[in-house]
Design a binder for this molecule. Structure first.
Ligand code: BES
Ligand code: MN
Ligand code: ZN
Length: 497
């Protein structure tokens, strides 16, 4: 998608689609007023029929109104005048672009940046617009044979109408477009099935980023190299699979040489059957999404490179399958992690923490400013927070507050859970340094407790995205691209303060 800034008045825009806001009680936004005046009251007359109540997300088409240069005008409901919240603004945008998507319009001029959203500037609105437009037109049809019939959206170009704030809008658009591109990559990788998106495939996609962007270098460790480093926890997960594990490292060099990097670590389980502690069959296909943490790290690296952020960022993706097999982990097995801690595997389905703990130990070599890991780690997190917020835990309150704020700003929210010492008790093992599960209670917290044993030497936070990384069942089943917006906002905040 091509995003740019446009100057001029709404009614003179030559466009396949002009998007203007309409509030409840038929109150018109400034752009809608301009179109209404130019068209001899066409909007007012249409609204009188009562088809548009003005609720956020609602839309109504007006075709080629006289006095304008637009082939269509899309009226977008904006709620009560003067009360547009951040969440409603996102609803307005998504509703509008979903409508544009289902039309034949190839380009659109959007006048919604003029709307007031308390506490948010034009760059924020532009960023939200680009992300919403990209999300609306995203389609995953690589594996459908008849792509025409499934209907690809026509929309290719979105322009935001600007006043004297063009520069600000342009910056927001650039950032939003980058976030959108990162989310698209994350969704594509997530939606691909386990037989295509293997650890080797993920490594290839990471290497492609290295070829696309000169600031990115990629390094992939194979099992032999991991063996040499003593990654016994990670490797114990892949012994049950015919697909070899990979440890993928993507380095983005945008800052000064001496700037310590932000390190992102993403769980890349390309299929999680549970292993010998096998999962029930219903819905098991969704465990192809168990690499969404890793995919979001790769998506964020792409967005960072697209934005040319003046930062150093390292993405680490430990990747493996988890399958039952004669060589697979068995309950009771004890493995030795790279950090030297021995782990009793009481449940082979708690495999994410096994691959993450070695990747977190590996992260130390980059002398990180902070480490943030992202993982579809626990079903318990879905029970606790549902699909609206990621679980957030860590050992550094400032980092956690930074991530929470980035979640608010981007609308890709997280919610903090406590990482109190008392919970560590649940990981005691009679035979090893720690067990890989902590019982039924507080499953998300004990999973984070497990990781915390491997992150003592740096500032660290953990995002459990089990509930937010994909949408289950139904028509819109698929990867969400989260938490790319949150991570990118956090990184933007490091630059912009
Ligand atoms: N990938 C799953 C977590 C998961 C489950 C994410 C459902 C999204 C939806 C993870 O590897 C897992 O199986 N966790 C177990 C841990 C348990 C054995 C302590 C779980 O949550 O059941
Ligand atoms: Mn599992
Ligand atoms: Zn898993």
């Amino acid at each position: 998608m091509d995003f740019s800034v446009k100057k001029g008045s709404p009614e003179t825009q030559k466009s396949a689609c002009l998007i203007v806001g309409v509030f409840e009680k038929n109150k018109l936004s400034p752009a809608a007023k301009a179109v209404d005046a130019a068209s001899n009251g066409a909007i007012g007359a249409l609204l009188k029929q009562g088809d548009l109540k003005g609720k956020p997300g609602q839309t109504l088409w007006l075709h080629a109104p006289a006095g304008t240069q637009a082939q269509r005008v899309l009226l977008a409901g904006c709620g009560k005048e003067g009360e547009l919240s951040e969440a409603d603004y996102r609803k307005v945008l998504l509703g509008a672009f979903m409508s544009v998507k289902s039309s034949a319009a190839k380009d659109a001029v959007c006048c919604l940046t003029e709307l007031e959203v308390a506490g948010r500037d034009a760059a924020w609105k532009a960023r939200q617009t680009a992300v919403a437009a990209a999300a609306a037109v995203y389609t995953f049809d690589q594996l459908k044979s008849d792509k025409e019939r499934n209907g690809r959206p026509a929309l290719k170009k979105v322009q935001l109408l600007a006043g004297d704030n063009g520069k600000e809008i342009e910056r927001g658009l650039r950032e939003g477009a980058a976030i959108g591109a990162g989310m698209d990559l994350t969704k594509d990788l997530g939606n691909l099935p386990g037989n295509i998106c293997t650890p080797t495939y993920l490594a290839e996609q990471a290497s492609a980023l290295g070829e696309q962007y000169k600031e990115i270098t990629v390094d992939v460790l194979d099992e032999k190299e991991m063996q040499k480093l003593g990654m016994g926890a990670l490797l114990s997960v892949s012994t049950g699979s015919r697909q070899p594990a990979k440890l993928i490292t993507v380095e983005y060099h945008g800052g000064k040489k001496k700037d310590k990097p932000v390190v992102l670590v993403g769980k890349g389980l390309t299929f999680d059957s549970g292993g010998i502690s096998i999962k029930p069959g219903a819905g098991m296909d969704e465990m192809k999404f168990d690499m969404c943490g890793g995919a979001s790290v790769l998506g964020t690296m792409k967005a960072v490179a697209e934005c040319k952020l003046p930062l150093n960022v390292v993405g680490i993706v430990p990747s493996s399958e988890n399958l039952p097999d004669g060589a697979a982990n068995k309950p009771g097995d004890i493995v030795t992690s790279m950090a030297g801690l021995t782990i009793e595997i009481l449940n082979t389905d708690a495999e994410g923490r096994l691959i993450l703990c070695d990747a977190l130990t590996y992260a130390k070599k980059f002398d990180p400013a902070v480490v943030v890991d992202v993982a579809t780690l626990t079903g318990a997190c879905v029970i606790a927070l549902g699909k609206h917020a990621a679980g957030l835990l860590g050992n550094d309150e400032a980092l956690i507050q930074g991530l929470l704020a980035a979640g608010q700003t981007s609308g890709d929210r997280a919610w903090q859970l406590p990482l109190w010492d008392e919970y560590q008790e649940q990981l005691k093992s009679p035979f090893a340094d720690l067990a890989n599960i902590g019982g039924r209670e507080a499953g998300t917290i004990t999973a984070a407790c497990f990781l915390s044993r491997f992150t003592k030497e740096f500032r660290w936070a953990h995002l459990d995205i089990a509930g937010t990384a994909w949408v289950s069942g139904g028509d819109n089943k698929g990867a969400t691209g989260r938490p790319v917006p949150l991570l990118m906002q956090y990184l933007l905040d490091q630059v912009q303060g």
